[in-house]
Ligand binder design. Structure first.
Ligand SMILES: [Zn+2]
Length: 361
């Protein structure tokens, strides 16, 4: 089953919604009725604008953005590369929260006129116990003030929040990126434990979920940077395996299975008269064997959206490209000739070996 579906496309970026979001909508419909649904949809519009602003800032610096995934807990923009300079990271990270602050500034007066002060201020006054009147449109006021929550939460100076990236960018002016990342990761862990503590004390399951999410995302961020920094300096040329098997669009899946069983290769460039016409990934091949029969041809399941990469591409860029295209392998070209194939496993081996070498094992 697909875990997400495409909602729309803005500025050449796919806006996708994760399937859990639908469950969330259903939950809020059952517990709070149509107002609950309006609230969640409103939050998602604000989150989408937030992520779009990160993306536009990234695109301004030449970083490609393929998609924005909307999850119940927020949004994630998939970018082709890390910002190269601290200043770029600073601008890209600030763009999201700033968009929410802009929404607050732009809509304050129009909403005040439209809803009246009591309704617009209701969400804030309700917390202090001073609210007098909710008004029928208080859900709009809640959506409005949630922009403040989004901006404030995201500016916490810890990974994986935007504030963690701002902190890393600022620290990067004075120390290495790896060291700056580690500080933001540790702060992420501290915040996660704090959320978990509050969540347990107040019996708030939502805060506990956020705590787990923040903790694992912070650790993951640390690992990603550690891997990128360790493999920096290596290119595909340094590790490209000597031999590889290619298949043709007419090759039967049964034959491909033979290749898989008799070699170490699990992904295959698809060639026709010496030209690359597609790529067969391990995942698509296994799915293909399940839904089609072994007589089906490779052309029926091969992917044509995985680009070939040049042999002098640095490994840390290859990793990013693999994540961006959702693949564990990519074809490698020199000139316009396919000369091999690189897998995530090949890159992991470099990381493990380089790490062992620095630790003197
Ligand atoms: Zn953000």
């Amino acid at each position: 089953m697909r875990s997400s579906f495409k909602l729309t496309r803005i500025f050449d970026i796919d806006i996708r919604v994760h399937i859990t979001f639908l469950l969330f909508l259903l939950f809020f419909f059952v517990t709070s009725g149509p107002n609950g649904v309006v609230l969640i949809l409103g939050i998602f519009v604000c989150v989408t604008i937030h992520e779009l602003c990160h993306s536009l800032a990234a695109m301004h610096f030449g970083i490609k953005v393929k998609k924005i995934m909307l999850l119940p807990i927020g949004g994630v923009a998939s970018m082709s590369d890390e910002p190269g300079k601290p200043f770029q990271e600073l601008v890209i990270s600030l763009a999201g929260p700033m968009s929410n602050i802009l929404i607050l500034l732009i809509f304050y007066l129009p909403l005040r006129m439209l809803l009246g002060n009591d309704t617009l201020m209701y969400p804030l006054l309700a917390m202090t116990g001073k609210a007098r009147f909710a008004g029928g449109f208080s859900v709009i006021a809640y959506i409005y003030w949630l922009n403040l929550v989004l901006a404030a939460f995201n500016m916490l100076p810890a990974f994986p929040m935007d504030g963690g990236r701002v902190l890393r960018a600022l620290l990067s002016y004075r120390m290495s990126r790896r060291k700056a990342t580690n500080i933001a990761v540790r702060l992420g862990h501290v915040f996660a434990l704090f959320f978990a503590y509050i969540g347990i004390v107040h019996g708030n399951i939502f805060l506990l979920i956020i705590a787990v999410f923040v903790y694992t995302a912070a650790s993951n961020e640390g690992l990603q940077v550690n891997v990128s920094e360790t493999i920096r300096g290596y290119t595909i040329k340094d590790i490209l395996p000597d031999d590889f098997i290619s298949v043709s669009p007419e090759t039967h899946l049964g034959q491909v299975l033979e290749f898989v069983l008799h070699s170490h290769q699990e992904d295959f460039p698809v060639m026709e008269s010496g030209h690359l016409v597609g790529f067969l990934t391990k995942k698509d091949f296994i799915r293909g064997l399940h839904v089609k029969n072994s007589e089906a041809g490779v052309s029926e399941i091969m992917r044509t959206d995985i680009p070939a990469i040049r042999v002098n591409t640095p490994l840390h860029e290859v990793r990013k490209l693999m994540q961006l295209h959702g693949t564990g392998a990519m074809p490698v070209i020199a000139g316009d000739k396919v000369i091999g194939m690189i897998t995530a496993g090949d890159i992991d081996r470099v990381y493990i070996t380089a790490n062992d070498l620095t630790e003197g094992i």
